[in-house]
Design a protein around this ligand. Sequence first.
Ligand code: HEC
Length: 126
Amino acid sequence: MTARFSLIPGKTRGHRPRLQMLCMTLLIVSILTACSKTSTRADTTRGRELYEFHCAPCHETPPPDLLKEPPQLKGLFNSKALPSGAPATDEQVRMVIVEGLRTMPAFQGRLQEPEIRDLIAYLHKM
Ligand code: HEC
């Protein structure tokens, strides 16, 4: 009777597989939670790297031959509207990055969806 609920592997049949499943599930869940915490921390770090590489060359030190000077992106989400007048939402900024805007080039195919997400996360806190 007691052996049926034993945690020692190999000693029981009965309920053991279910207990093992439970333990495995708990283990997997805790690993996933730990991983997702690390990746949220890494998000803005990677976002910053992507920004420095892809966006800063224009938005921080604009080349003189651009038809229009790119706006500063610091505090982009602090006002309700983007410089163009479009709403300052993640979705709108994502669209500008993917499709470009007039003289700003489209980044479709150069940035992956998760990278764009990290980039936007960084734009929020820069
Ligand atoms: C080749 C230079 C160039 C690069 C590289 C560039 N931008 Fe731009 N960006 C511009 C210009 C120019 C504008 C202004 C466009 C306009 O209003 O005509 C602009 C505008 C914007 C706006 C404002 C959009 C609006 O609706 O007002 C956002 C947001 C933006 N860029 C984000 C980014 C991000 C993020 C990156 C990096 C992935 C990036 N840009 C890379 C030139 C650039």
